[in-house]
Design a protein around this ligand. Structure first.
Ligand SMILES: *Cc1c(COP(=O)(O)O)cnc(C)c1O
Length: 376
């Protein structure tokens, strides 16, 4: 049996919506499909304002521009995350202050944040790893006390919740990714969620190359002009049309993914209870979205041997992030603090094949091969 790590899910409606977008002849951004996608999210999750972007990386860069991050500003970011979370702020000249993960899951450890705050701290960026919410009450309380903005990198967090609040709706700004590996996709794509009403106008200007074209399109101004800094962050209508077809199946996709997650969990719970490896920890306040399934091994050698064992049996499992404070770009810029939990996830975390079309017999095969490795 050969099992890839990821297979994009097709709803069967993509070609219809793509041809609809083409027939209208409006291919550039901020057309009907863009608006329909944004409205979908605003209605379903109560987001104040959403803007589709060409990627989550771009949405994070918009967040850094919106917060007017400049050289000398400090931004607190978990080290165990994707490059873009930090790169977006480093691009604006910020000093990145990396934080450690918790002991129970890879999310930022809220108890370590306050000690990292200085008068220069401008933002705390949280990453909801695997769509499992960070402990937002504690983080919001600290950020509020010091008047620091929270940005949620909810790239993996579509349709996941912290208590009753959708991920992406809790910080001043939130970001989603629609990359091929995420729950819903447009190949490449993303979205900025603007929760602070005072930032909406400026967000639209940044989105549209520093112009007030969005206000012009609504007939609010007579001409559009260069009114601020920005770039071209909006996707074309074909991307939005593809995404729209996925949104029509969001419920089906989410049901499938949660079922797959549960199946992995129950098939691996016995060897996990016996201490061979750990399963994902989902706190009671987190309602996750079945974005990924990982185990953590007892040490890095065992993780690498298990990966090789699975690969030789046709199963494409993968490791995940290499900690950013140790990266070739950043290691000489890091202040030298040890981040042991982040490093532990970098060394021991292993992700299993996960996509909406994964079948029960395939999950059975993967988990049987894991148990065979441990002779269980
Ligand atoms: C996928 C991902 C990104 C980047 O998303 P793109 O849409 O590929 O730019 C950023 N942060 C996290 C946590 C991610 O998982």
């Amino acid at each position: 049996m050969k099992i890839p790590f990821n297979k994009p899910y097709f709803t069967g409606r993509e070609a219809f919506h793509l041809s609809q977008a083409a027939i209208t002849g409006k291919l550039s951004g901020n057309g009907n499909y863009t608006r329909d996608c944004q409205l979908f999210f605003e209605k379903k999750y109560g987001f104040n304002k959403t803007l589709l972007t060409t990627s989550c990386s771009d949405a994070l860069e918009m967040a850094a521009l919106l917060l007017e991050i400049k050289p000398g500003d400090e931004v607190i970011i978990p080290s165990y995350t994707f490059v873009s979370t930090a790169n977006a702020f480093a691009l604006r000249g910020a000093t990145i202050v990396f934080a450690d993960s918790g002991t129970l899951n890879p999310n930022i450890d809220p108890s370590l944040i306050e000690a990292l705050i200085t008068p220069k701290t401008r933002a705390i960026v949280v990453v909801h790893y695997g769509g499992i919410a960070c402990e937002m009450d504690t983080i919001s309380e600290i950020a509020g006390r010091y008047n620091i903005a929270i940005v949620e990198d909810a790239a993996q967090g579509v349709d996941a919740f912290y208590r009753d609040q959708p991920l992406g709706s809790i910080g001043k700004l939130g970001t989603f990714s629609f990359h091929e590996t995420k729950n819903i996709t447009s190949g490449e794509g993303g979205m900025l969620i603007v929760n602070d009403p005072a930032m909406i106008g400026k967000a639209e200007i940044i989105w549209e190359k520093g112009t007030n074209r969005a206000a012009f399109a609504r007939g609010e101004v007579e001409k559009y002009e260069w009114v601020g800094l920005g770039s071209s962050f909006l996707p074309n209508e074909l991307t939005a049309a593809f995404l729209y077809s996925q949104l029509e199946h969001l419920k089906i996709i989410q049901e499938k993914r949660l079922q797959i997650w549960q199946e992995y969990h129950s098939r691996l719970s016995t060897p996990a209870t016996e201490g061979y490896f750990s399963l994902p920890y989902v706190p009671e306040y987190a309602r996750h979205n079945g974005h990924l399934f990982y185990i953590t091994t007892r040490n890095s050698g065992e993780r690498d041997r298990l990966l090789a064992h699975l690969l030789s049996n046709g199963i494409h499992a993968v490791f995940h992030y290499l900690t950013l404070h140790n990266s070739p770009y950043f290691s000489t810029l890091h202040d030298g603090r040890k981040l042991p939990q982040a490093d532990r996830y970098g060394a021991t975390l292993l992700r299993l094949p996960f996509y909406s079309g994964l079948q029960s017999d395939e999950i059975d095969y993967v988990t049987t091969m894991i148990r065979a490795f441990y002779k269980k």
